[in-house]
Design a protein. Structure first.
Length: 401
């Protein structure tokens, strides 16, 4: 049955004219790699700015999200010269003059880097441009500390070696959850520099849609150990013993895909691995879901789920969530109100919670509505981005216009 996305009353609301800009100041959104398909939250936040206009800067473009023409500035533009320029920057902190000049011509107000390692690299650019630097910490950059148990990129190792410089020179660190903020404070980051700020969900894009066809259980995420799909497959075996018609749908890819598909093949009646899908397909599969399940776990490297934007997106569409009470998930999902949180790695309780929601449609609908209201109250992208702009203003020391 086709699903149509029509304009909602919320979508028809106009932004606060007092906040709208005619001559916005530029903010440089810095990420080493611009931008992976999973980083829709960075693009959504940058696009939602009203007092500032985002320009993207980084090491290089990657296959992923489509960014507006003319809005990206990269060190590596391809070929031998491009790769050499990237290496010179990563190892010796040398920036190409043309790259710096192009950004300086914008007269940017500040740089907003995403992820700790990218923030460390952006310090050089901040110094060249003479503007303050803000860094958002998203999770693994604040939790992966045990390098013996992590296949950690060079950038993260470089960041950890120079973390004291980051603490001193970055103007503000933004934590995407209380969980991440606590992790940063435990690592000695200055309390007055670390600000909690939930990025927010586009509640107009992720909105409830009427659908009366068969429903499934949905998982969206990278197929890696931390996302806990192996526990969901075990839990779904119990679910399908009671409801054999309920399918598990998996969106995402990663190094564990083959082993997870083999596990599903040996234990489940109905399942489907769809690989990486564009955002519109993800939303349509959420519409068709009775439950969104994302049982993330803490792994040996220290990495944990920091918040889970996809949980908020599902709740914005009135889909209740079942997960583990791990990391910052309890900030995204309110147990027994907008979803159900099982003890970490307890796949039996996870399966029982999923079956409970499948069986009890009134409870599912009540939790769905409560989830939507919680998103509108705490995680609405427009409101959260206005708060972000206030953070920019406080860093700049003046009211942004």
């Amino acid at each position: 049955m086709p699903v149509s996305f029509t304009e909602s009353p919320e979508q028809q609301q106009t932004p606060d004219s007092a906040r709208a800009w005619n001559h916005p100041r530029h903010v440089i959104v810095y990420c080493d790699h611009l931008l992976y398909a999973s980083e829709t939250f960075i693009k959504a936040q940058a696009t939602a700015l009203t007092q500032y206009r985002a320009e993207y800067a980084g090491l290089r473009r990657v296959s992923g999200l489509d960014l507006a023409n003319g809005s990206t500035h990269v060190i590596n533009q391809g070929g031998i010269m491009g790769h050499s320029a990237e290496l010179m920057f990563k190892v010796w902190r040398q920036l190409p003059g043309k790259f710096v000049a192009g950004l300086k011509a914008l007269c940017p107000a500040l740089i907003h880097a995403h992820f700790g390692a990218d923030g460390y690299r952006a310090l050089t650019l901040s110094a060249k441009l003479g503007v303050p630097l803000i860094v958002t910490y998203h999770g693994s950059d604040a939790t992966v500390l045990n390098l013996k148990h992590a296949k950690t990129p060079f950038g993260h190792r470089q960041y950890l070696r120079n973390r004291e410089i980051v603490k001193e020179r970055v103007s503000r660190m933004i934590a995407v959850s209380q969980f991440v903020r606590a992790k940063l404070l435990d690592q000695g980051f200055p309390e007055d520099k670390v600000t909690l700020h939930y990025i927010g969900v586009d509640a107009e894009l992720f909105r409830p849609v009427r659908y009366s066809g068969p429903r499934h259980v949905l998982f969206v995420g990278r197929l890696v150990e931390r996302k806990g799909l192996e526990y969901l497959i075990k839990g779904m075996e119990c679910v399908q013993n009671q409801f054999p018609e309920v399918e598990l749908v998996v969106i995402g890819d990663g190094p564990l895909r083959s082993s997870l598909e083999a596990q599903a093949h040996s234990s489940l009646r109905r399942y489907r691995f769809m690989g990486v899908q564009p955002p519109d397909v993800v939303r349509e599969q959420m519409v068709r879901s009775s439950v969104f399940a994302g049982p993330s776990v803490k792994i040996a490297s220290g990495e944990e789920e920091a918040f889970g934007m996809v949980f908020a997106e599902a709740q914005s569409m009135e889909v209740p969530v079942v997960s583990f009470a791990s990391g910052g998930i309890g900030e995204a999902v309110e147990h027994r109100r907008t979803g159900l949180l099982a003890p970490e790695r307890d796949w039996r309780t996870l399966g029982r919670y999923i079956a409970e929601l499948i069986k009890d449609e009134p409870m599912r609908q009540t939790m769905g509505r409560a989830g939507r209201q919680r998103v509108l109250s705490l995680f609405h992208l427009k409101k959260q981005t206005l708060i972000l702009e206030d953070i920019y203003s406080s860093v700049l020391g003046s009211v942004a216009v």
